[in-house]
Design a protein around this ligand. Structure first.
Ligand code: AMP
Length: 359
């Protein structure tokens, strides 16, 4: 057990790291954040090292200053985790990262274990892209296997010619083509797992995207209880199969024909779990701290329903109005530069648990 008073290491300095450090502080831990960007939002609330993930000496000094390392961003080079793992516990470990930072590896992992996902093809060339679309159907989504987020690195394609063009426009590197899923809704489950296999899951939430960026989360998702149980069981089974210690967020499509299809995994706190800060006894960030420190996992049962809206780009300027709104819970990430679509903060509004979620 890693007791309160210890120092936790966090790789990545974004808002997820910032909110993890704040939750850790509440339990009496200190955090040391490692990130390459000088203006990282998490730097304002924790001790930090600003260095490249390739800087071995900086990584080793970081490892020696903490009791355990976790991450808030899955695109950290696996080699960096391996350097750290020689000196300190890393949770989740490099094998989890290797699967979840590569869409193709992730899909193969899920497929090999019988988890449901949309049909896909490995794409390495323009010809592959055109052929894959012809095989999979009328419409598909071409995605880079690495470094895609918030809709970056993906294109919807509707003809083999378009698929070939999109392959080049996405940089011509390794890609996957998925069938376009006509879903009823998108949901996600955040589950926590400790090294001894103990687990706790938040209820599924519904996520609404705009331009591939999360706009709104409705919690809990307005879905049938049996489907909610199925989604939680699926997320827990994937976390177990991966051997995650920490958090795993599982994004899924709800479809009429095929039921649940797994879209994407993230082995870290997730934007769709921000509502837990205001509507659950223990937030996803505190749950991460508990899981990596071998503490008892907290109760994930919400005491209120919640609607979480991201504040994207200029929307953050609404903060005075949001502060004045009774019941609105405002979270700002301290990012100085406002860019279109950039996640600047979020606001959560609570509602009685039964009903009220038809927005
Ligand atoms: P991703 O980066 O894979 O999470 O994709 C971002 C968003 O794009 C998803 O949340 C969906 O709204 C949409 N999307 C991604 N893949 C597909 C797909 N195969 N079919 C339909 N929509 C998709």
């Amino acid at each position: 057990m890693i007791p309160p008073g210890s120092t936790l290491g966090i790789l990545g300095g974004g808002q997820l790291g910032r909110m993890t450090a704040l939750a850790a502080a509440r339990l009496g831990y200190s955090c040391h954040v490692f990130a390459p960007e000088p203006d990282s939002p998490a730097f304002a609330v924790a001790r930090h090292t600003c260095a490249s993930y390739e800087d071995r000496a900086a990584l080793e000094a970081f490892a020696d200053s903490v009791s355990v390392v976790t991450l808030e961003f899955e695109n950290v080079p696996v080699a960096a985790l391996e350097i750290l793992a020689r000196r300190v516990r890393v949770r989740p470990d490099a094998t989890v990262l290797a699967v979840t930072q590569d869409r193709l590896a992730e899909k193969r992992f899920l497929e090999a274990r019988g988890f449901p996902l949309a049909r896909y093809r490995d794409v390495r060339s323009r010809e592959d892209a055109g052929r894959a679309l012809a095989e999979l159907g009328d419409r598909g989504v071409l995605k880079t296997t690495r470094l895609g987020y918030d809709g970056r690195g993906q294109r919807i394609v509707a003809s083999p010619g378009e698929a070939a063009e999109a392959f080049a426009a996405l940089g011509g590197g390794p890609q996957v083509l998925e069938t376009f899923v006509t879903f009823e809704r998108e949901i996600s489950v955040v589950t926590a797992r400790r090294a001894d296999g103990a687990r706790a899951s938040y209820p599924p939430v519904e996520n609404r995207h705009e331009h591939h960026i999360l706009r709104t989360t409705l919690a809990p998702a307005p879905i049938a209880p049996a489907l909610a149980r199925e989604a939680v069981a699926l997320a827990e089974a994937i976390a177990e199969a991966l051997g995650v210690v920490g958090l795993l967020a599982v994004e899924m499509f709800v479809t009429g024909e095929s039921g649940l299809l797994v879209n994407e995994l993230a082995p870290r706190p997730h934007n769709s779990g921000h509502w837990t800060l205001d509507a659950c006894p223990v937030s996803q960030f505190e749950q991460l701290v508990r899981a990596i420190c071998d503490l008892p996992l907290g109760d994930p049962t919400p005491f209120a329903a919640a609607v979480m809206d991201n504040l994207l780009g200029e929307e953050v300027h609404a903060w005075p109005r949001l502060l004045a709104e009774p019941g609105a819970r405002l979270h700002l990430y301290g990012k100085r530069e406002v860019r279109p679509g950039r996640k600047m903060g979020h606001v959560t509004r609570l509602f009685p648990l039964a009903g009220g979620l038809t927005r």
